[in-house]
Design a binder for this molecule. Structure first.
Ligand SMILES: NC(=O)c1ccc[n+]([C@@H]2O[C@H](COP(=O)([O-])OP(=O)(O)OC[C@H]3O[C@@H](n4cnc5c(N)ncnc54)[C@H](OP(=O)(O)O)[C@@H]3O)[C@@H](O)[C@H]2O)c1
Length: 286
């Protein structure tokens, strides 16, 4: 089976490609705007890489043929992260992704996995399940929501196995330097005595990146469970506890300056994912 991974050079893409390469019977094709420099990724020499910028005008090109008729696509590409409030997400980006993906489908793609975000749920609190109506309040969340809904409509006339994996929070090697644990790590490396953060009482749902990559690969490699699927632990954790655990595991001795930053206004104080649909998928797969 041949799988094309878009956004393959990104934080998640690099882990997903590694995961797929370790899976029997899977051949991986990779794409992103820019080919990574040799040495940046462990897999580069083992995977055909086709540079492609989905914001360009490709005219009448059959992109399914251009990418070598893959059996499935895992679509991870997205631009402008992590600026969730930039209007470019709704004014420009999501439609580029829609055109890109509908080109692939119109030309023969039958199996598609796309990454969504928990920000599609907006300010809803508590345990969030896939059947809740989405209520995004960020430009990024709205753009992803638009893309999913437009694809749902388009796919009414196409026989495609469509999986929309709604990612919650994650941490791991290669994460964005602006993400919380990357900042803790950077501060510890600079031997700073104090780490400034919010009060840390907000409840979130975190998974290690390696687990997210395994779930993404398993989701893409099956066709029994489709539609929106939360990719999450189902276990809320206080952000303060997450940071303290991370510091303990790494022997970082900083003091936490809690309450230095306000809570973000685009997220509720406590939310996590209902992961029963994901667990069902995983139990069928194993
Ligand atoms: N990380 C998270 O916590 C998180 C949470 C929820 C959902 N997600 C979703 O998961 C996916 C992957 O996230 P990530 O954290 O891995 O993002 P990332 O590290 O920013 O990587 C983005 C990838 O997309 C590619 N890309 C960007 N613009 C492109 C364009 N115009 N044409 C083609 N490729 C383009 C980038 O390649 P170039 O650098 O060459 O442009 C890169 O490979 C995204 O769809 C994101 O919305 C992520």
């Amino acid at each position: 089976m041949t799988i094309l991974v878009t956004g393959a050079t990104g934080f998640i893409g690099q882990h997903v490609v590694g995961q797929l390469l370790a899976t029997d019977g899977v051949r991986v094709l990779a794409t992103a705007r820019t080919e990574p420099p040799t040495g940046k990724t462990a897999w580069l020499s083992r995977v055909p890489f086709t540079p492609f910028d989905l914001s360009t005008d490709w005219g009448d090109t059959d992109l399914f043929a251009y990418f070598g008729h893959p059996d499935a696509v895992i679509h991870l590409a997205w631009q402008g992260l992590p600026d969730y409030q930039s209007l470019a997400h709704v004014e420009t980006y999501w439609l580029q992704h829609y055109r890109f993906l509908t080109n692939l489908i119109s030309n023969g793609l039958t199996d598609l996995t796309v990454t969504g975000t928990c920000l599609e749920y907006g300010l809803q609190s508590g345990c969030l399940s896939e059947d809740l109506p989405t209520q995004p309040t960020t430009a990024y969340g709205l753009a992803k929501d638009n893309l999913r809904k437009a694809l749902d409509l388009f796919l009414k006339n196409h026989a495609v196995s469509f999986k929309w994996l709604r990612l919650f929070y994650m941490y791991g090697k290669g994460q964005n330097p602006k993400s919380l644990l990357a900042q803790v790590e950077a501060a510890a490396r600079r031997h700073e005595p104090v780490f400034n953060m919010s009060k840390g009482e907000q409840l979130r749902d975190y998974l290690p990146m390696t687990t997210v990559a395994a779930y993404l690969a398993k989701t893409a490699l099956q066709q029994n469970v489709t539609g929106s699927i939360n990719c999450c632990s189902g276990q809320p954790i206080a952000v303060r506890t997450l940071v303290e655990r991370f510091m303990q595991e790494n022997n970082y001795a900083m003091t936490l300056n809690l309450g230095h930053y306000p809570y973000p206004d685009y997220e509720p104080l406590a939310f996590w994912g209902d992961n029963r649909k994901l667990q069902n998928l995983l139990s069928n797969h194993d």
